[in-house]
Ligand binder design. Structure first.
Ligand SMILES: CC(=O)[C@@H](O)[C@H](O)COP(=O)(O)O
Ligand SMILES: NCC(=O)COP(=O)(O)O
Length: 250
């Protein structure tokens, strides 16, 4: 059981934006992550560009195209016309649609798929024309009806929101219960032909039980915890530690 690791560069960009200076350089840390064996890069260009700037997208697209053609680029965001336009211009391998309000501090819930079916289907139709895989953010306790609605909206995959799971770092019993719940939701999604990704507040410590609970977990996208560890271990070693936690024999 090995989940592919996509490194989210939001936190690197947020550190860069503290000053009007070009470091830490998002492309440079993206290259380090890919050289260290990450499967891909993830960014979440929010409307206020608090971290990832729209100008970062073509730079990271070129990095992968020029130097790491086997890697994937995953762009996350709310499917506004502007965001979809950015994705059609950048042509990432995957887009992850997230139901975030522009004012949100971070992503903290999955889609109510039925209520947003038209928006989601319209977005999928546009992205599919460019052969872009579409993943949709889903709550870890998504019901069968919600998973059906995700499939009906055209999703190729769901991304299980693992924030509540990540918050259990000091409660092993609740962490085990949520890992089991995530595994059950993943199983029910797979039964409906949906691929399963996961992300938010994942760490070296909580990844192994999650990977064990979701045998065919396709990909995890990780930024905050991996960047925090990079302050201690360096970026390359942090990526290797997270790859090992994902089940890779590094
Ligand atoms: C969708 C998700 O859970 C995260 O990838 C999200 O991108 C985090 O956003 P911030 O880095 O802005 O907190
Ligand atoms: N989709 C989750 C992601 O890309 C990064 O989330 P986090 O590790 O920064 O919480």
């Amino acid at each position: 059981m090995v989940a592919k690791l996509s490194v989210n560069l939001n936190a690197i960009a947020q550190l860069r934006n503290r000053r009007d200076l070009p470091w830490p350089n998002v492309r440079h840390f993206g290259r380090i992550a890919l050289e260290a064996g990450a499967h891909g890069l993830t960014v979440h260009p929010r409307p206020d560009q608090r971290h990832i700037r729209f100008s970062d997208l073509p730079v990271l697209r070129a990095l992968i195209d020029d130097e790491f053609p086997q890697a994937e680029f995953n762009i996350e965001g709310y499917p506004s016309d502007f965001f979809i336009g950015l994705c059609l211009e950048t042509e990432p391998e995957q887009v992850t649609l997230v139901p975030d309000d522009p004012a949100q501090a971070t992503s903290d819930h999955g889609w109510k798929f039925a209520a947003h079916r038209d928006l989601l289907k319209k977005s999928v139709d546009k992205l599919r024309k460019k052969n872009i895989r579409v993943s949709m953010f889903a709550d870890g306790d998504a019901t069968d009806a919600e998973l059906e609605d995700a499939r009906a909206s055209g999703a190729d995959r769901i991304e299980l929101y693992t924030g509540p799971y990540g918050a259990c770092f000091d409660d092993p019993d609740r962490e085990a219960a949520l890992a089991k719940q995530l595994g059950d939701t993943a199983r029910r999604a797979r039964e409906r032909g949906l691929g399963v990704n996961a992300g938010h507040d994942l760490t070296v410590a909580n990844l192994p039980p999650l990977v064990a609970a979701i045998p065919d977990l396709a990909e995890v996208s990780i930024g905050h915890g991996l960047t925090a560890d990079a302050l201690e271990y360096g970026m390359a070693e942090s990526v290797r530690r997270f790859r090992h936690a994902c089940g890779e024999p590094v």
